[in-house]
Design a protein around this ligand. Structure first.
Ligand SMILES: Nc1ncnc2c1ncn2[C@@H]1O[C@H](COP(=O)(O)OP(=O)(O)OP(=O)(O)O)[C@@H](O)[C@H]1O
Ligand SMILES: [Mg+2]
Length: 261
């Protein structure tokens, strides 16, 4: 990829739903760029438009006005887009089918590529991915999603990322279902994956402390808008918006240690 082309570029990009009195402006005239291998966090309270913006990045929603580009072009072919841009969503159970074993689904995830590896290679790829997230392959052998805990399922999502090796990962609150200790582990895996795969990551959270720890830049969202963007130090040391100050007040104690402020 040319170094000077942005991974994502949004210009006055909005996404509305419904019309008339029921019009909801989920994303409201956002303008930003995300560079190759950057980690950017979208931070904001519930309903501020983070997941809708994530779905625009995934090509699931198109902007209603303004433009949104991936590597210089609008997203037209979703399947091709998903070979390079993958997501980890809030609820890992919704990302796996309850009626198939975990292993078969991890193997099937390779179907999005035109050149499928051999059966033996696929087994090796799946084993390596499980080990990368600290799961011994026999632990999940023959198991269905409902037989695993939320934390284990979240690791299965990360294993799938290891298998798919996307250029860009959208992580929508990937740690929301697990306790603080497992959460720190998952973040470490995410950083490990990032280093190994040289990915761009868009990380979505309510917790500005967590965002501070993992990101190169923060975008603070409120009512569909990006009210502030900058490096973690810029945003936390000299907050410019009321919403940033509110988010700083809400940091869970366990994450306050990371903030210099
Ligand atoms: N498909 C849809 N149809 C209508 N309104 C929608 C749709 N998807 C989202 N919205 C609305 O858009 C707004 C932003 O929603 P979004 O899911 O992006 O919030 P969020 O920031 O991800 O919140 P949370 O932190 O709770 O996940 C909300 O008011 C929501 O109700
Ligand atoms: Mg959301």
């Amino acid at each position: 990829m040319q170094n000077n082309v942005d991974i994502f570029a949004a210009e006055n990009c909005s996404r509305t739903f419904g019309h008339g009195k029921k019009l909801v402006t989920a994303v409201d005239r956002v303008t930003f760029n995300i560079k190759d291998e950057e980690i950017v966090s979208l931070v904001g309270g519930s309903g501020c438009g983070k997941s809708v913006l994530a779905k625009i990045m995934l090509g699931i929603y198109h902007p209603t006005t303004g433009t949104f580009k991936y590597k210089g072009s609008p997203i037209t072919n979703q399947r091709l887009h998903w070979r390079e841009v993958q997501a980890v969503f809030q609820d890992p159970f919704s990302c796996f089918n309850q009626f198939f074993t975990i292993r078969s689904q991890l193997k099937d995830s390779l179907n999005i590529f035109p050149d499928k590896p051999s059966a033996k290679e696929i087994d090796d790829i799946v084993d390596r991915a499980l080990l990368a997230v600290n799961v011994q392959p026999p632990e999940v052998e023959g198991k269905y999603p409902f037989e695993l805990s939320g934390g284990q399922m979240q690791r299965m999502l990360l294993a799938r990322i290891f298998i798919l090796r996307p250029k860009v990962l959208i992580a929508d609150e990937p740690t929301s279902m697990v306790d603080a200790c497992v959460r720190a582990n998952i973040l470490d895996y995410l950083m490990k994956i990032k280093q190994e795969l040289r990915m761009t990551i868009v990380f979505i959270t309510h917790d500005i402390g967590l965002a501070y720890y993992v990101s190169d830049r923060l975008f603070i969202m409120h009512k569909g808008q990006i009210v502030e963007q900058g490096t973690p130090d810029e945003v936390t040391l000299t907050p410019k918006s009321k919403q940033t100050l509110e988010l700083l007040d809400d940091i869970p104690d366990i994450h306050r240690q990371w903030i210099k402020r």
